[in-house]
Design a protein around this ligand. Structure first.
Ligand SMILES: [Fe+2]
Length: 138
């Protein structure tokens, strides 16, 4: 039938119009239980820890989720002034271009300071475990 069991059970059928989707339009799915991160070029149905994961919808970075980007030589230096307690922290930072996704996992009680080698225009994403996904255009 071309429908997965998860789609059958949830009644949430996913179909992608463009089978060669651009990496720049990547979708993130984050497990709220274990923090697992799944990236997908198209829409899909993914589950982890017994939960069907909702797609993380991004917002423009603002307030405590402002993403600071400095260019140093051929690298982007990313920092986020955000609480990094065990209850509330930036879980990952991602650099997305049309050719790829690079994810830097972040951990509580450590500052968010990430360097990515410049590979062209795209987006920087920061994911907060409480407030979700924030994005800045490069
Ligand atoms: Fe937050």
């Amino acid at each position: 039938m071309g429908i997965s069991i998860a789609e059958l059970l949830t009644g949430d059928y996913r179909q992608n119009d463009n089978p060669s989707g651009n990496m720049r339009n990547v979708h993130f799915y984050v497990c709220p239980v274990c923090g697992n991160i799944i990236t997908s070029v198209g829409h899909g149905t993914y589950s982890c820890c017994g939960i069907t994961l909702p797609e993380a919808e991004w917002e423009e970075a603002k307030d405590e989720h402002i993403v600071n980007i400095e260019t140093i030589d051929n690298e982007y230096y990313i920092s986020v002034q955000h609480p990094m307690s065990k209850q509330h922290y930036i879980s990952f930072v991602a650099y997305v271009t049309s050719s790829g996704v690079e994810i830097a996992k972040q951990y509580p009680e450590q500052e968010v300071q990430v360097r990515f080698r410049k590979k062209g225009h795209g987006y920087i994403y920061a994911y907060c475990n409480r407030h979700g996904l924030f994005r800045v255009r490069l």
